[in-house]
Design a protein around this ligand. Structure first.
Ligand code: ADP
Ligand code: ADP
Length: 234
């Protein structure tokens, strides 16, 4: 079963052209899939549909077989999301933020501490745990958002333009960390690899470790396949 499967996906905000038109693609378990498309291609609309914030005009998104519109609880339990808008409180420390979000997920205190420590270590943020989010640079903030998105141990991570506002070294570092999540070198008890859907408008964020590329243009999937073939076509 794919980690994410979009089929026949259409969305109209009303008015002019469709934001998404018959989009179909899959994100396979443990794969790093890059959703590549210029501004206005429909990437954010796709994220809103995949997370249940919007209902599709037609088609469906399934997360590990669960339709997000029909079984949102089951689908959301398997999914972590890093939206473009930050979710962490700037005036709380990284640790305070993560404890708060762990509590929202109903994770007990001891288990929360264990998971938070593990995520901070694998995202190279352990030394920042006691700092206010406001004091972190952009790259560290993004990694703290990723730690937040992983607390409930999802097997699929969606990131909407996670490198916006970062300089090139910070971008490379962020990509490297997310590829490492996919490669399953993390601390997950069951060794499960995390599938990633990484949305970007920057073709140079496709690198040799990218398993799959989906090219979105004007609401349609223009190409889908292994990274070298698709980036040559894009
Ligand atoms: P088609 O639509 O003809 O299946 P694709 O390029 O989407 O063309 O798929 C080509 C091959 O890649 C197929 O074997 C398919 O199972 C596989 N595939 C499709 N999507 C993914 C993905 N996200 N990750 C890995 N393999 C995929
Ligand atoms: P991307 O994230 O790739 O930049 P979007 O999903 O934001 O693309 O946009 C896809 C299309 O939908 C664009 O034509 C955009 O103008 C339109 N759109 C996005 N959000 C809204 C909205 N809330 N209301 C009306 N149109 C929208």
């Amino acid at each position: 079963v794919p980690a994410l499967e979009a089929a026949g996906l259409r969305h109209s905000y009303g008015g002019g052209r469709m934001a998404l038109e018959d989009a179909a693609f899959t994100v396979m378990p443990g794969h790093f899939t890059c959703l590549l498309g210029p501004n206005g291609a429909g990437k954010s609309t796709l994220f809103a549909l995949a997370t249940g914030l919007l209902r599709p005009t037609a088609g469906h998104v399934r997360i590990h077989g669960h339709d997000i519109a029909l079984e949102p609880g089951k689908a959301l339990a398997r999914m972590g999301v890093v939206f473009q808008q930050p979710t962490l409180d700037l005036d709380l420390t990284v640790m305070q933020n993560l404890r708060y979000f762990a509590a929202l997920h109903g994770i007990g205190r001891r288990e929360a501490n264990r998971r938070i420590e593990a995520e901070l270590v694998r995202l190279s943020l352990y030394e920042r745990a006691g700092e206010k989010v406001r004091a972190l640079n952009g790259g560290h903030r993004r990694r703290a958002e990723i730690a937040r998105a992983l607390l409930h141990r999802p097997s699929l991570l969606l990131l909407d333009e996670p490198t916006v506002g970062l300089d090139i070294p910070a971008r490379r570092t962020l990509i490297r960390h997310v590829h490492a999540l996919c490669a399953g070198d993390g601390t997950g008890d069951d060794g499960d690899r995390i599938a990633v859907l990484w949305a970007t408008h920057l073709i140079d964020e496709i690198d040799p470790a990218t398993d799959h590329v989906v090219v979105l243009h004007r609401g349609r999937v223009r190409a889908s396949g292994a990274a070298p073939a698709v980036s040559a076509a894009a």
